[in-house]
Design a protein around this ligand. Structure first.
Ligand code: IPE
Ligand code: MG
Length: 227
């Protein structure tokens, strides 16, 4: 969800104005998934590296995060959204951690949409964390397989993402779901995150639907033709 800061700067506002506008765009994205029957949405809200931003900006983002939890969770629950947080939970203040745990418990039985919110998340962190957790249960190197390690990753039990949408005009993954995106389709747009619309999300999904996903196979294999 990139481009909040630039969105604000273009309007002569401070960056926090952009973050607040970005929070509104989150609602558009969730609404879109519910309407389209998309089963999972993972939002990259705050990266492991974002802690190094100026302290005022980090503090604004934490306050916004807390406010969103206070004001949005019950409505999301009513809509059947299951919320989970992925990332290094212990980096957050206790107040936020408590709210995250509360939101997860409240919505644990929901199944309309799996909403994963990545906070203090990094793809490299996820892989290292999974290795640590797997080795704690079995120190045998032979026990490390793609399947067993996958069961310790942040999105364990959930499908790998089909589509990554990156707003803000940059063409990079920025330490998002490195492990899980081995075969994810990418869609980039110069649109700044607060300007995202239902129409543009629809365009991204339509583009995705027209792609041939081969997962390392040949086109003939995918279509079941004789080679
Ligand atoms: C993304 O927007 C939001 C977060 C990282 C929380 P940015 O804040 O990165 O916006 P730009 O890239 O400066 O425009
Ligand atoms: Mg950015």
């Amino acid at each position: 969800m990139d481009g909040n800061g630039r969105w604000a700067e273009q309007r002569g506002s401070i960056r926090s104005v952009g973050h607040r506008a970005g929070a509104k765009a989150v609602q558009i994205a969730i609404e879109f998934c519910l309407e389209q029957g998309i089963g999972s949405l993972t939002l990259f809200a705050f990266s492991s590296e974002n802690w190094n931003r100026p302290p005022e900006e980090v503090s604004t983002l934490m306050k916004l995060f807390l406010r969103m939890l206070d004001t949005e969770i019950e409505e999301l629950h009513r809509r059947g959204v299951r919320i989970r947080f992925i990332g290094q939970r212990s980096d957050f203040a206790i107040e936020l951690r408590d709210k995250m745990a509360w939101a997860e418990a409240l919505t644990a039985g929901n199944s309309q949409l799996n909403l994963n919110i990545a906070g203090s998340y990094g793809g490299r962190w996820d892989i290292v964390n999974a290795c640590r957790s797997l080795l704690a249960s079995s120190p045998d190197p032979e026990a490390i397989t793609e399947d067993s390690l996958g069961r310790h990753m942040a999105l364990a039990g959930q499908p790998d993402p089909d589509l990554l949408i990156r707003t803000g005009g940059d063409f990079r993954i920025s330490n998002f779901l490195l492990w899980q995106m081995a075969y994810t389709e990418f869609w980039f747009t110069p649109t700044l995150w607060p300007d995202i619309t239902r129409k543009e999300l629809m365009q991204a999904v339509a583009d995705f639907a027209g792609r041939e996903r081969r997962f390392g196979l040949t086109s003939e294999q995918i279509h079941g033709e004789q080679s």
